[in-house]
Design a protein around this ligand. Structure first.
Ligand code: PAF
Length: 278
């Protein structure tokens, strides 16, 4: 397994492999890898010849009051995990390397201002910008994203099409702990009590699904029931919304394939989760 730190070297590697007829699967991450990330690597390995994982905590997707500095980092452990999974390259650039020269941002428009974008207005611009830069460096055939960040997945899929990148964007299922909490690097911030309480997120999404399957179609009624359940804990709701899976716009009457998404603070830790109605 190689660790590559410069864009030039990364491009050289990818171009050489492509010239040999090999396909490149790419898993962009901010490191502190868990089973969710590894599931993306496993999927990429089923579909591609060479696997590149990037580890880069991207400063432009954090607001000044957010957790950029404290975001968990453990490169040694991450490399060990990647080696075990059979990753070919870790792309591990510095912020200077990624943001050298004048940065032009990739704007994502209205779709970046709903759901998580309401409380993190510059977040998706930062994500779209760094993913564009990573795509230019890695030149993948396919890129793999977890559906826990559902809004991110929709925005990147759109951005890839709008920017004419010839890259398949693959969404992979949310990986959960045994008790149902969606895996996230940020779970490491939770105290024992917060960790125990956080299972309410998956439970409340299951309640929404159950109400829908029993015939409740009114989005506000379901939204309120989910909010009430979360409010039985110390969790502070950022949002609970039911929305169209493509436009991310809120719906009044729930239909199959609509989604419910939420963001909730436990202490200072903001957790997100979502589920499709089936
Ligand atoms: O999902 C993440 O870990 C990040 O948002 C990503 C896609 C690696 C961009 O920094």
């Amino acid at each position: 397994m190689q660790v590559i730190k410069t864009i030039e070297e990364m491009q050289k590697f990818s171009k050489a492999k492509k010239a040999e007829g090999k396909t490149i699967g790419f898993v962009p991450t901010m490191g502190f890898l868990h089973a969710g990330h590894l599931s993306l690597v496993k999927k990429a390995k089923q579909e591609c010849d060479m696997i590149v994982v990037s580890i880069f905590v991207n400063p432009t997707q954090f607001a000044p009051n957010e957790d950029f500095e404290s975001y968990p980092r453990d490169f040694e452990k991450d490399s060990e995990r990647c080696r075990k999974e059979g990753v070919d390259v870790i792309f591990y650039p510095s912020a200077e390397e990624i943001y050298k020269g004048k940065t032009k941002f990739v704007e994502v428009g209205e779709i970046g201002q709903v759901l998580c974008g309401k409380s993190r207005p510059a977040h998706f611009r930062g994500v779209a910008t760094v993913v564009t830069k990573l795509f230019k460096a890695v030149i993948p055939d396919s890129a793999y994203f977890g559906l826990k960040d559902f809004q991110q997945f929709v925005i990147i899929k759109k951005m890839t099409k709008n920017m004419n990148f010839d890259i398949n964007i693959i969404g992979c299922p949310i990986i959960r702990e045994k008790d149902g909490l969606a895996m996230s690097s940020r779970n490491a911030y939770l105290s024992k009590q917060e960790r125990n309480e956080a299972v309410v997120l998956n439970k409340s999404l299951a309640l929404a699904e159950e109400m829908f399957s029993k015939g409740e179609k009114d989005a506000e009624t379901v939204r309120q029931a989910v909010s009430d359940k979360i409010s039985e804990t110390s969790g502070k709701i950022d949002y609970v919304e039911i929305f169209d899976s493509a436009s991310l716009k809120p719906v009044n009457k729930i239909k199959k394939r609509n989604r419910i998404g939420l963001a909730v603070f436990f202490g200072k830790t903001r957790l997100i989760d979502n589920r499709g109605f089936e």
